[in-house]
Design a protein around this ligand. Structure first.
Ligand SMILES: CC(C)(COP(=O)(O)OP(=O)(O)OC[C@H]1O[C@@H](n2cnc3c(N)ncnc32)[C@H](O)[C@@H]1OP(=O)(O)O)[C@@H](O)C(=O)NCCC(=O)NCCS
Length: 170
């Protein structure tokens, strides 16, 4: 498949399609969480149904192999306040497909969606023990925002300023 670019919140390139999750993607989302050892039940689709976030699925040759979400509004306004900033969450790549750029692809896709929302920055939380993911985010320009002790352990929250989408004055 050739490059079709980004439009309407969907991206298709080189046999990789990123699409919005549907309400019946529950099993897909749970399977991806399970594949990386996340045992807690997903709350992303329910938040999406309430208009608080949007969940995306990345398919390779029609197989769902990654997911990610952009949270518009959460509990903590430092992370997602629906005006200035949104939170990237639930970034998951099936272990069999890791290390080939899909996590970065999903990250960039979610940053674009945040820019479209008009946000000035995105935030992301990474478990303090998850040095691999933090390395990826730091390389992508994320900086330390704050640390928080969540129910499952210490989490480092990072942020990245977004370039505004240029206004076409022509
Ligand atoms: C983090 C994650 C989404 C990255 O996806 P990916 O497709 O492997 O990422 P990419 O191929 O685009 O980039 C690879 C980079 O990820 C980072 N990385 C993340 N986890 C890693 C791990 N366990 N081991 C090594 N590198 C890791 C490294 O920086 C690596 O870059 P490098 O190869 O130059 O060292 C994926 O590892 C994953 O799903 N992990 C489990 C769930 C998770 O921790 N999600 C993040 C929550 S904050």
């Amino acid at each position: 498949m050739l490059a079709l670019g980004v439009s309407g919140g969907e991206e298709e390139r080189n046999d990789v399609l990123i699409r919005e999750a549907r309400a019946d993607d529950h099993d897909v989302v749970e399977r991806l969480r399970f594949s990386v050892g996340w045992m807690s039940p997903d709350t992303g689709l329910a938040a999406m149904a309430r208009g608080l976030s949007k969940v995306y699925i990345l398919e390779m040759s029609g197989k769902p192999v990654a997911s990610g979400a952009l949270v518009y509004k959460g509990d903590d306004d430092d992370l997602a306040d629906s005006r200035e900033r949104g939170l990237i969450s639930n970034l998951i790549v099936d272990p069999a497909y890791q290390g080939r750029g899909l996590g970065s692809r999903m990250l960039h896709f979610l940053e674009e969606r945040a820019r479209e929302q008009g946000y000035a920055q995105v935030t992301i939380g990474v478990d303090a023990v998850n040095t691999g993911a933090r390395r990826l985010y730091q390389r992508e320009g994320y900086r330390r925002l704050k640390d928080k002790l969540e129910a499952w352990g210490e989490v480092n929250y990072l942020y990245k300023p977004l370039e505004p989408i240029p206004v076409d004055t022509a």
